[in-house]
Design a protein around this ligand. Structure first.
Ligand SMILES: Cc1ncc(COP(=O)(O)O)c(C=O)c1O
Length: 400
């Protein structure tokens, strides 16, 4: 017997992104409904008691569950191939809950060094505050993982590609080492998106998203998601942590994210195509010291990136200008179509100077270890006509 094509699990990803998880109300609406309700009513006191005992399966409070946020979680589950999904109010709520819910004093975490500023804070400041030992290594060097994971560990954390230096880590190889050391692997998959990279299929245990980025992708809302197939983590650790600490995604924001998911596949593929064209255009151009883009053959982990990210370099291009901060600021101030913003993954192209914004709070030494120099610029490539983007950058670089 062939597989059941009416089962949403067997739909192709583009169909899952448009239709997965939809639950119609009795009004038979086309678009998913928003349920802006904090609570739910019971026909009797006995029913309320049974609901709280868990004897009946029904909604009790929107800090736990809400029909609109449930639709978002169900759609994300299908897309990621995960049994469990919990939504959260932001990407950082997702990352912090994914780590804090499973770790305790005395535990040990190994993390890659190249991280977004707030992820770096969680790993290097917050976790150690609670007596959790963290070891930070060069994530691109497999021998470093082998060394760090030769001792028992509880969790491994990484971003791949990393923000903003676009380092690529071998998820399958690190997952094998991590599992031998007794650690769960937590991946921040923001830059790759669920369209291009499926960490759970590569052996990871937990995937986190800032849904603020490509999943909304139109600059409208904050949001986050945590996905896993690990029942103990999802049900015994993460679920009570989220229920009792309350970083809940609002139903309205979940609805925006459902709308975002409908076009995610189209946007990410087109934005990645534009990113490759921009990266190729910038490479070798006068006034540019280095272009970093996983889709270019010049990227140190190009082959791994292609294998791991569905033959795509994704939507972000970073590049270095030789004149440091002044020169970088001149480029940012020189673009006209592209906006200066610290967000990314948007339909609008956005340009960032990480050293003075997203990574500003790190010490100069930490920035230098992470290769976030003063001349580094991060460009999130959007959906505009790529010829307009190239001309905009050429004008800003003084090369038009
Ligand atoms: C790699 C990465 N992880 C996590 C986050 C945090 O997401 P949010 O801003 O939605 O909290 C960001 C975004 O800024 C990011 O770039």
């Amino acid at each position: 017997m062939g597989e059941d094509k009416t089962d949403p699990k067997n739909w192709r990803p583009a169909t899952q992104m448009v239709r997965g998880g939809t639950q119609r109300s009795h009004f038979d609406e086309t678009s998913e409904a928003i349920f802006p309700t904090s609570g739910y009513v019971y026909a009797s006191a006995e029913e309320a008691e049974s609901a709280f005992k868990g004897d009946i399966d029904r909604l009790v409070y929107s800090r736990y569950d809400n029909p609109t946020t449930n639709m978002f979680e169900d759609r994300m589950k299908l897309l990621e191939g995960a049994e469990y999904c919990a939504s959260a109010a932001s990407g950082m709520a997702a990352v912090s809950a994914a780590l804090m819910s499973q770790l305790k004093t005395g535990d040990r975490v190994v993390s890659s060094r190249a991280l977004f500023g707030s992820c770096h804070y969680i790993v290097t400041v917050l976790l150690p505050t609670y007596g959790i030992e963290t070891e930070i290594i060069d994530g691109t060097d497999l021998s470093e993982w082998e060394r760090a994971l030769s001792k028992p560990a509880n969790a491994v954390f990484m971003e791949t590609p990393s923000n903003p230096t676009l380092e690529i880590i071998d998820i399958a190889a690190v997952s094998q080492l991590a599992h031998k050391a007794g650690a769960r692997v937590v991946i921040d998959n923001v830059f790759a998106t669920p369209v291009l990279q499926k960490p759970l299929q590569l052996g990871a245990d937990i995937v986190c998203y800032s849904a603020t980025k490509h999943i909304d992708g139109q600059g409208r809302t904050m949001g986050g998601a945590i996905l896993s197939n690990d029942e103990e983590f999802a049900m015994d650790q993460l679920r009570p942590f989220l229920r009792n600490t309350g970083p809940t995604l609002s139903p309205f924001n979940a609805w925006i994210l459902l709308k975002g998911l409908e076009t995610l596949d189209l946007r990410v593929n087109k934005m990645s195509e534009n990113a490759l064209a921009v990266a190729s255009h910038l490479e070798g151009k006068k006034g540019i010291a280095r272009v970093i883009y996983p889709g270019l053959a010049s990227h140190p982990q190009h082959d791994l990136a292609m294998r791991q990210m569905n033959n795509s370099g994704s939507t972000i291009v970073s590049f270095e200008v030789p004149g440091g901060r002044n020169e970088a600021f001149r480029v940012l101030n020189g673009v006209d179509i592209i906006d200066i913003s610290n967000n990314l993954g948007d339909a609008k192209s956005l340009i960032t100077h990480p050293a003075t914004t997203t990574h500003q709070r790190l010490s100069p030494q930490e920035r230098s270890l992470m290769n976030v120099g003063d001349g580094l610029i991060r460009l999130s490539v959007g959906l505009e006509d790529v010829e307009d983007l190239k001309e905009d950058l050429d004008r800003a670089l003084g090369a038009a």
